[in-house]
Design a protein around this ligand. Structure first.
Ligand code: HEC
Ligand code: HEC
Length: 211
């Protein structure tokens, strides 16, 4: 009896130990596996100018977007914190490891490098955004958690949609809720979205095989 109990205790101890010693709950993302897992996503994200219906806007460009941001977006769709029925269904079928792998594939190497290069005149409305997104939407060097997404080169109608939903409270984020309120009119939203969308950027539609 005693030895059987000891055996059980030993077993329990080993299980506890192995969960402490095993690598973090999930390993770093594998971009090769991620590309395969992304197959279910290309029907929308791999097609140039594929549109969300009602309201009508381009699905976001994901190739070269920051991995940390992609993971946080997928987690928020999965939990329902970021409401979108289609993306909720998509993200619900993904494990944490799937998200890491897909994000590693989409980012494809190092995160986008910030730069000071700006095309055209920077609108006054962009001044409060630069601290986190960079003046050109490529981001800044400072480490930030959560990591802000790359805005440069994103679809203009998607950026408008994102800013409008932060403004009206449908999409929630501690930082962006307040920031979007700084854009007083629809015209301000349009100016800022058009400016960031027009900046040179590595963001692309994530077609299969795109580098
Ligand atoms: C049926 C079309 C469709 C499919 C399939 C789809 N998505 Fe999406 N995805 C969308 C739409 C539309 C949005 C924008 C939703 C919104 O406005 O929040 C989006 C948004 C996203 C975003 C947020 C990007 C950002 O800049 O915030 C990520 C990340 C994403 N999708 C990843 C995926 C992944 C990974 C898959 C596959 C597992 C996938 N999507 C499958 C339509 C789709
Ligand atoms: C203090 C840092 C900070 C500032 C300042 C800031 N942002 Fe953001 N922004 C973020 C973070 C973090 C996110 C990701 C939020 C989320 O997950 O919903 C984000 C998300 C966004 C998105 C969504 C992009 C996508 O792919 O869905 C847009 C658009 C955006 N910001 C525009 C702006 C604009 C325009 C301004 C200035 C008026 C601004 N931001 C100021 C940190 C910031």
């Amino acid at each position: 009896m005693l030895s059987r109990l000891n055996g059980l205790a030993l077993l329990a101890g080993m299980t506890a130990l192995s969960s402490i010693c095993s690598p973090a709950a999930h390993a770093a993302g594998d971009p090769v596996i991620g590309e395969k897992k992304f197959y279910t996503c290309v029907g929308c994200h791999g097609i140039e100018n594929y549109k969300n219906a009602y309201p009508d806007y381009d699905v976001p460009r994901l190739r070269h977007q920051n991995a940390a941001y992609i993971i946080s977006a997928l987690q928020e769709y999965k939990s329902g914190e970021r409401p979108h029925p289609t993306m909720h269904a998509q993200a619900s079928s993904l494990s944490d490891q799937d998200m890491e792998d897909i994000a590693a594939y989409l980012q494809g190497g190092d995160p986008v490098k910030p730069s000071a290069k700006v095309v055209g005149t920077v609108p006054a409305q962009v001044a409060p955004c630069a601290a986190c997104h960079g003046e050109n939407g490529l981001g800044v060097d400072a480490p930030m958690n959560p990591k802000p997404p790359v805005l440069a080169g994103q679809h203009v109608d998607y950026l408008e949609q994102a800013l409008t939903t932060y403004k009206n409270g449908r999409r929630k984020n501690v930082v962006m809720d307040g920031m979007a309120q700084l854009l007083k009119s629809d015209e301000d939203v349009k100016i800022v979205a058009a400016y960031f969308a027009s900046q040179p950027s590595p963001l692309l539609t994530a077609k299969i095989g795109s580098k």
